[in-house]
Design a protein around this ligand. Structure first.
Ligand code: GLY
Ligand code: MN
Length: 465
């Protein structure tokens, strides 16, 4: 399709495809359209939760003008952009998710007793404008219906205004530019509310369905020379059909690729006899994402060495679950998992020191060669949620009811690691679950996805019967 226009956003390299519109088109294009009476949609379920979050921000920054940008479209190449994904702080404070408009801003205008908050965005253009029919980036003729000020105000329970009325002012605190505001809106997400927890359950459910799809498709996946891409595609189909997108690029890592922690090239074959590590998460329309990893024996059964490593990782994960309760430090989860991995790798003769020596905070860490990443991270609107929180609120912070985080230990024996016997080399295992902390302990939100070695084998076997 080519753009045909006399007036539109100029982008390099596309002008040679434009032709002027003939007069007859210009005389008639703005007429003959039915009225679009503005129907006020109902308030979205998340609106009161977003209002409470805005009230917390307002209380924390009295007298300051605050600006929370949605973010712009990002160019992929020439005149094609990446799919728009709004800034998480903006989504959190507006309740506007997958249907957010690029370049919007949420503004907290200080008043005597708090702030007046307004959402500025580029509402759809009138059909008498050239934008309507000629702008391939925002024109409704090209990209479909766009929101009106009244509709968004009704759905989100927020005053709205056209983006052209927005002006930056000296002294504005802007998210991602002002350190204190950026930290505050990140830490505001550490404890999830009821709406967020329901969305996390939904994201986990879609992700569980995606894993089921992959297991069912294993025979087709094995047949394809780029089976890892087929895994990615099967999951993508589920994520897109039932939600917005994936919260991060799917890791489909078969055989020795499983030892590369963020293997997203996904261009390898999936071979019988190997393990495949799949780390994937569906992002639902509200933009909350799951983050789940399962490691599967491609042929349906674990070999003895694969099972030994798998069940040790599970033991480490179980130890982290057992450590999770309100009041303990977040890092206690990692320490519990690491203790298991240090003891087992020492028992297997892989360490040059004893487990106790490996566990020494200053002089140890030898076992970390086989798991260089952390055991847990917060999860929510971002896969690594609350990333701008202070260390004392995060890694050194205390667990509270309502927090949602992963537990994801692993063991990775690189194909060329001469410190381990040959039978270990090229085996990578990670087990990752999404966890909600309640008053009385952790709830494994992803418990319905088979997790023990026996459950995994039975899952694959069921899918083939
Ligand atoms: N799912 C990838 C990660 O947690 O880093
Ligand atoms: Mn993770």
């Amino acid at each position: 399709m080519s753009e045909t226009t006399e007036k539109q956003t100029e982008k390099p390299g596309v002008t040679n495809r434009k032709q002027p519109y003939p007069q007859g088109f210009l005389d008639t294009i703005s007429e003959g359209w039915a009225e679009r009476p503005e129907q006020l949609p109902p308030l979205r379920e998340q609106a009161p939760y977003a209002a409470a979050r805005r009230a917390a921000v307002s209380r924390a920054f009295p007298g300051r003008r605050l600006v929370v940008p949605a973010g712009p479209l990002k160019q992929r190449s020439n005149d094609t952009d990446y799919p728009f994904r709004v800034h998480s702080a903006f989504a959190h404070l507006t309740g506007w998710g997958a249907d957010s408009e690029p370049d919007s801003v949420l503004v907290f205008e200080p008043t005597d007793d708090g702030h007046d908050v307004t959402l500025y965005f580029r509402e759809r253009a009138d059909r008498t404008t050239a934008e309507f029919y000629s702008d391939a980036t925002i024109g409704e003729f090209w990209i479909g219906p766009r929101p009106a000020l009244g509709g968004v105000a009704g759905e989100l329970g927020l005053p709205t205004a056209h983006i052209d009325a927005f002006e930056s002012k000296e002294g504005d605190l802007v998210v991602d530019q002002d350190e204190d505001l950026t930290r505050f809106v990140s830490e505001l997400r550490l404890v999830k509310d009821e709406f967020e927890i329901a969305q996390m359950r939904l994201a986990v459910q879609v992700t569980a369905d995606g894993f089921d799809d992959i297991v069912r498709e294993l025979p087709r996946i094995i047949e394809h020379p780029r089976g890892e891409r087929v895994v990615e595609g099967v999951f993508h189909q589920r994520a897109r059909s039932d939600g917005n997108w994936e919260g991060y690029d799917t890791i489909a890592a078969s055989g020795p690729h499983a030892c590369y922690l963020h293997w997203t090239r996904n261009d390898g074959a999936v071979l019988p006899g190997d393990l495949i590590l799949i780390d994937a998460g569906a992002e639902v329309d509200s933009l909350y994402t799951a983050d789940i990893t399962r490691t599967l024996p491609v042929s349906g059964t674990f070999t003895p060495i694969q099972r030994k490593i798998y069940e040790t990782v599970r033991e480490a994960a179980d130890a982290a679950f057992a450590a999770a309760r309100p009041g303990v430090k977040f890092r206690a989860l990692h320490e519990a998992a690491m203790e298991v991995l240090a003891r087992r790798t020492a028992e297997w003769g892989l360490l040059p020191v004893t487990a106790e020596e490996a566990l020494d905070a200053d002089r140890g860490g030898h076992h970390r060669r086989y798991m260089v990443h952390g055991t847990s991270h917060h999860l929510g609107l971002d896969v690594h949620d609350c990333a701008q929180a202070r260390r004392e609120m995060y890694y050194d912070g205390v667990l509270e009811p309502g927090m949602v985080f992963t537990i994801e230990p692993g063991l990775y024996f690189q194909i060329d690691d001469l410190t381990v016997p040959e039978e270990y080399r090229g085996i990578g295992v990670r087990i990752e679950d999404d966890v909600l902390l309640n008053e009385d302990g952790p709830v494994n939100l992803s418990a319905a996805i088979p997790r023990t070695a026996d459950e995994i084998e039975a899952w694959i076997s069921r899918s083939r019967s």
